[in-house]
Design a protein around this ligand. Sequence first.
Ligand code: PLP
Length: 410
Amino acid sequence: MLNENYLKLPGSYLFSGIANKVNEYSKKNPDADIIRLGIGDVTKPLCSAVIDELHRAVDEMASADTFKGYAPDLGYEFLRHAMAQNDYRDRGCDISDDEVFISDGAKSDSANIQEIFSKDVKIAVCDPVYPVYVDSNVMAGRAGDYDEMTSGWSNVFYMPCVASNNFIPEIPSESENIKLIYLCFPNNPTGEVIDKENLQKWVDFANKTGAVIIYDAAYEAYITDSSIPKSIYECEGARTCAIELRSFSKNAGFTGLRLGATIVPHDIKFYSEVKKEEVELHSLWKRRHGTKYNGAPYIVQRAGFACYTDEGKKQIKEQVAGYMENAKFIKNGLKEIGYTVFGGENSPYVWLHTPGDMTSWEFFDLLLEKVQVVGTPGSGFGPSGEHFFRLTAFGSYENSVKAIERIRTL
Ligand code: PLP
């Protein structure tokens, strides 16, 4: 009766685990001033361009002439066009409006996208990794069995991202027969990026082996170095092998509003044993979206559209720059104290090596108990995250400064 695959998942979702520990600590120490630099949620309010558009859209809902009911399943044309134009065509990427599927965010899309692939495909993920990619494949019964010793799944190919490979995964051997590759850059949790040359190698590999890359670009707005690609479609040949995930959460603060998009180019095609012809992945995702999703709310899509106006673009840029000031302060502060630190330059995440031989969770406890700073233990993202720790730049500048001052006292 039950989908037993759910029961294979070990422990609780990483962030619920952290929340439980912090709640327990708060109960015992009700006066503690805890600084939360753990979960990747934003703290700045929505910019005025977005707020103004939200108000306008809400007013439209109050009048029979302008009221909107169900949104189109795949998204309103105004937003699909704005994204395709601004995020892609203006950057030289050949993406058409109808290849943009609007959704309620990259978490659900990154979890759902596996549904359009066969149960037998072997997946590859970075280690450490945003947990949703693996957990969603576990729930679907694609991941095999969990091995406590390795903290990994038998049918998942793990690609360590460590200091020695600059946190860029190495291309697997073709004999591994990987068909679905999850890549995320700027990376959560390491905060590191991939340059165009290395990303091109992945695209070439996928095209050569008939694999698909799920490219999670949720943090592209944080790329400040102009030589780093903001989209996988900047690489030649990506239209035939890559699906890209976009989010409004981290660039525009929509974590509570909920809005994202998945780009599925028409050129990704596979032979169907049933139809005896080539089929576009686009048609499967369109069908899945149309059947299981009833469209992001009109007012939220209008808010998304506001992000592409001149004023919206300017305000969002300022917001991201504000978070990047925090990232710079945290990274430089930790370095000054003597930590080995990565990320934080084209990303809101700072990835530090824990001092001495401490495990990630030991360091978590130390920070919480001694200086009341909450971060995320690297081991929660995979075995190669052990002895690492993630701090986010999504707090206030004051709290970022306070956190570093407290860590300095350890
Ligand atoms: N992808 C990555 C890599 C993330 O880190 C997150 C959120 O933390 C998401 C997707 C989720 O984005 P959204 O808020 O659009 O669901």
